[in-house]
Design a protein around this ligand. Structure first.
Ligand code: PLP
Length: 571
């Protein structure tokens, strides 16, 4: 018995005795038998788990859907191997590098600017800093000031900007992590949340927090739902069910917080999420359902009433993303526009995200997430009672936060007021309706463009019936417009804001001339008998989405996008 030679005598004796007893069919034999039993049990549980997952999959996607998923996965994996073949790899690498350097020359001006890569030896005097700031602010850019940018700047009028800057100036050093040092900031933050809760008809006992933006609001709502399911139901493999059109921040939450994502189609003609399919995907690991009011890509409000019923029936939380709808959707009714139920008046809605920095007109870096109960809010808190730095408690991801931004948000809400938001809703949604009507009644636009679904708020998405919609997007870019390219299906959208309201007729006119020009090109090509357009004619959107749309494996697009992010930090 080599292994026992170094054992202390007493132990060795015990061991030997045990061996003797085993041979005699004594208690340890039972131990060996138990081990077999446990092994079988573990195997059985493994099988059970696997079978349960397979069943869930079949129930959720159907046999055909499951087979289709397997096929698409296989295709993606095989194409991934293909891309890694030595020859292919070098060609792809070269093309990606070329595209990235082209992008860099566009985004990072080379000659004619001084680059500051180290601290100045002596600090500049103030006038020098001011002068340089002026130069930076007036760098050549897409003109949001003239209404040429979809979304991005929602108000932009001087009087509000000035007030925000004053509010910011008064609270530059403030940090809500020290409520005793900055009591005014604590008060303003609580009041902002209270005002937004009121807008969304929150019931008694509801609660909320402010965050740095819509993405953080969504991350927090997902975290809260995950923690709730873990602590109340012991769910260790959380899943959530998203409309395909839900904001990408939910997918980010899935990645950050290890929540499995199920995407559900939002089919034509309504482009709302298919609630029946959502229902089929629910299982005991589901921690959250999601709907948008409205979604970013198409500006469509999902059927929140049906989702709410489903959530109540299955006893699962439901998040409604009103980040974009923000201060427009709560005013649709009052402004006399068609609306749909979306807020806490639907009993199944447990949380709502609302961006004060979109149609709430607060400066960027402001958003809120609202919960039906305080308990739900507490699931997003982080508390550590034992840290050597002291007992630590923070409501969300950030530790220190800019009190100045909260002050500027509070100032915006107070100065615009209910009447102001009602008026902007009337203007923005009213203009959106005019643009929709214009497109649908115009002899050329109506035959060429198809608006997706029935957008009730401020975003209009459209696809083209015969042309490449990305060529239209590039044509609009050439005229100075910044619209958003969408995919699945290929489309573009415009999110109307106060600056765009003033120039919507110019937008319509430019759209018309771009569509006409594209139709003309198409006719000329057909006359020449060429089917495919030369690559040299392609604009950026057409080039990117032409590639992205045709690839079974999007790793090349990931490389391009990663290169883009790297460029942002090119000093
Ligand atoms: C803008 C937006 C968000 C959040 O985006 P942030 O850029 O993080 O503020 C979330 N959902 C929708 C529908 C949005 O449009």
């Amino acid at each position: 018995m080599p292994g026992t030679s170094r054992m202390p005598i007493s132990l060795r004796e015990g061991f030997n005795n045990a061996r003797k007893r085993t041979r005699a069919g004594n208690p340890l034999a039972l131990g060996v038998l138990n081990l077999d039993l446990i092994r079988n049990l573990v195997f059985f549980l493994f099988l059970l788990r696997w079978a349960r997952r397979a069943l869930w999959k079949l129930k959720g996607r159907g046999l055909l859907g499951t087979l289709l998923e397997v096929y698409l996965d296989l295709r993606r994996i095989l194409y991934g191997y293909f891309l890694r073949l030595p020859g292919v790899r070098t060609t792809v690498r070269k093309q990606v590098d070329e595209a990235v350097s082209k992008l860099q020359s566009k985004l990072v001006p080379g000659t004619g600017t001084t680059r500051y890569l180290t601290l100045p030896k002596e600090g500049w005097d103030r006038d020098a800093v001011r002068k340089e700031l002026e130069t930076l602010a007036s760098m050549d850019h897409t003109r949001w000031e003239d209404g040429y940018v979809s979304g991005a700047v929602y108000h932009g009028e001087d009087d509000l900007l000035q007030l925000q800057t004053e509010a910011y100036g008064k609270f530059t050093v403030a940090n809500p992590i020290h409520p005793d040092v900055f009591p005014g900031v604590r008060k303003m933050e609580a009041e902002v949340v209270a005002m937004v809760l009121g807008l969304f008809n929150a019931p008694h006992g509801a609660a909320g927090v402010s965050t740095s933006g819509g993405t953080e609001s969504i991350l927090m709502a997902c975290l809260s739902a995950r923690q709730k399911a873990y602590f109340e139901r012991g769910v260790t493999e959380p899943e959530m069910i998203l409309p395909e059109t839900a904001h990408v921040a939910f997918r980010k939450a899935g990645e950050y917080f290890k929540i499995k994502i199920h995407l559900v189609a939002c089919p034509a003609p309504s482009y709302q999420v298919d609630t029946r399919r959502v229902g089929r995907l629910i299982n005991s690991n589901t921690v959250l359902l999601v709907g948008s009011a409205p979604n970013f890509p198409h500006g469509i409000i999902d059927d929140i009433s049906s989702l709410s019923k489903l959530a109540l029936k299955k006893k699962i939380p439901l998040h409604v993303d009103c980040c974009l709808g923000s201060f427009l959707v709560p005013f649709l009714d009052k402004a006399g526009f068609e609306s749909q139920p979306f807020d806490f008046r639907l009993k199944g809605v447990t949380s709502i995200s609302c961006d004060t920095h979109k149609y709430g007109f607060a400066p960027k870096g402001n958003s809120t997430v609202l919960y039906r109960t305080q308990a739900l809010r507490q699931y997003q808190y982080y508390v550590d009672p034992a840290w050597s730095g002291g007992v630590y408690a923070s409501p969300g991801i950030a530790g220190s936060r800019p009190g100045a931004l909260i002050a500027a948000c509070w100032a915006s809400l107070m100065s615009v007021g209910e009447a102001g938001y009602l008026e902007s809703c009337t203007q923005i949604v009213g203009t959106t309706k005019k643009l929709i009507e214009h497109i649908q009644s115009h002899p050329i636009l109506s035959t060429e463009l198809e608006i997706l679904g029935n957008p009730l708020v401020s975003v209009i998405a459209f696809k083209s019936k015969t042309l490449n919609i990305y060529d239209i997007a590039d044509g609009m870019s050439a005229k100075g417009w910044h619209l958003n390219a969408l995919q699945n299906p290929p489309a573009i959208h415009v999110a109307l804001t106060l600056p765009i309201v003033k120039v919507w007729e110019k937008l319509a006119a430019d759209l018309e001339s771009v569509v006409e020009a594209e139709q003309e090109k198409e006719r000329a090509l057909v006359a020449e008998g060429k089917k495919a357009k030369g690559k040299s004619q392609q604009g950026d959107a057409a080039a990117l989405y032409g590639v992205a749309g045709s690839l079974p494996n999007k790793s090349v697009v990931v490389e391009l996008a990663t290169g883009f992010l790297d460029i942002l930090y090119k000093a």
